[in-house]
Ligand binder design. Structure first.
Ligand SMILES: *Cc1c(COP(=O)(O)O)cnc(C)c1O
Length: 389
């Protein structure tokens, strides 16, 4: 089914197709070439990161980070249950035991107050997820990790170009993982990046990214031939996709300011419904510069959410929800978790709804979505001021 206002839509902001043609004419569409280097250099400079390695996805970046954490079977990893499956799978693949903790009801990020009871002498890693590009409480996470000698892997899939105080998301932990999936702010269809903070980890990360070989060193004339050095897989983003991505990264400010305008318009149009108590809007803590990745609303209950989704669908608008709690999914239950264990996660998972938000979404379309939502709650009655200009 196609929607008049889809949830997400691919967009071209600048020289994406031109750069792809350039990569083809230059004779390199795979491997790491000029555009891979340009994307990595741009992010290292802008985000103040020691090293950024482009990967085929955020899933790949998380898998690389999990390998770099040197886990042993039975080592424990603390993560939220309200996240995408890759956050969990990456560590499970390394034989770790997953310790799901509940989220804060305000930011929907890892609740640091549960950390003490979750940490045991087998804990090795904490994985904060920056949901909706709103930062997790990194000062608290890093303080706890420092005291207990734990690694921190940030799942900043949604947080590219967002800041917590002065630091960019992804640069505050030992490793940070970005996504350039088509639903994210900056995209090349499928793509990601691993941010490495400690220079000592860079060489090994390079090996892991190219099938566990030192191909990188060979291509730079540092070794005679490339050899098998370590664990690894095919995690390098191909040059052809890096060419597309580079055009989006070059225009990061333009993309962000359009998303900001959409976000603020949603917010402004929906505040009256929040004041009536019909919905709750996103909470942004002080000291944060968000990237306007997502606009969500919290509905009073799951049935109300289901009815609103149908109401919007009937008007050609697609709104979606996500994160069926990992701990309460079949895989989570098989690990011994039960429904009821993480009440905030389960509650939010039932009530959250994401509204369409993409670069080409127009002001008129935003108004259409919000007036459909107002109409859902207020019927035909004009109980609210008319906000559509
Ligand atoms: C999108 C997303 C991922 C996965 O990103 P891919 O690039 O699709 O692998 C992981 N974690 C979170 C929180 C995400 O939003």
């Amino acid at each position: 089914m196609s929607y008049r206002i889809p949830f997400n839509k691919p967009f071209i902001v600048g020289r994406e197709l031109h750069y792809m043609a350039e990569a083809v004419s230059a004779g390199q569409i795979g491997g790491a070439g000029r555009f891979v280097q340009a994307c990595e250099g741009l992010m290292e400079k802008r985000f103040g990161a020691e090293r950024v390695l482009l990967t085929t996805s955020c899933t790949s970046a998380l898998e690389m980070a999990a390998i770099l954490c040197n886990l042993e079977p039975g080592d424990e990893v603390i993560l939220p249950s309200y996240t995408f499956v890759s956050t969990a799978n990456a560590f499970l693949l390394q034989g770790a035991k997953l310790v799901f903790v509940d989220i804060r009801p305000d930011t929907l990020n890892l609740d640091e107050s549960h950390m003490d009871s979750a940490i045991t002498d087998r804990t090795r890693v904490i994985v904060p997820v920056h949901y909706a590009g709103v930062p997790a409480e990194m000062n608290a996470v890093n303080r706890i990790a420092g005291q207990r000698g734990l690694m921190v892997v940030e799942d900043a899939a949604q947080g590219v170009n967002a800041r917590y105080h002065d630091a960019y998301q992804g640069t505050m932990g030992d490793f940070g993982c970005y996504s350039f999936h088509e639903t994210k702010n900056f995209t090349c269809g499928e793509g990601g990046a691993l941010v490495v903070r400690n220079p000592d980890h860079i060489q090994r990360a390079e090996y892991i990214r190219q099938d566990g070989t030192n191909r990188h060193e060979f291509l730079h004339g540092m070794v005679e031939c490339d050899e098998w050095m370590d664990l690894g897989a095919s995690y390098l983003l191909p040059e052809l996709l890096a060419a597309f991505l580079y055009a989006q990264l070059e225009n990061m400010d333009q993309i962000t300011s359009r998303r900001q305008a959409v976000y603020h318009r949603y917010h402004e149009n929906l505040v009256p419904l929040e004041q009536r108590g019909d919905i709750r809007l996103p909470f942004i803590p002080g000291g944060c510069t968000i990237n306007y990745h997502m606009f969500y609303i919290l509905l009073p209950s799951e049935p109300v959410r289901a009815a609103l989704i149908e109401h919007l669908k009937a008007r050609g608008i697609l709104a979606v929800f996500h994160y069926v709690s990992l701990h309460a999914s079949p895989m989570g239950l098989s690990m011994g978790y039960r429904k009821g264990m993480l009440p905030v996660t389960e509650d939010v998972s039932d009530r959250l709804l994401r509204l369409p938000l993409y670069f080409d979404l127009t002001d008129t379309q935003v108004d259409e979505v919000t007036s459909a939502i107002r109409n859902f709650f207020c019927g035909g009655k004009q109980e609210l001021p008319v906000l559509i200009r």
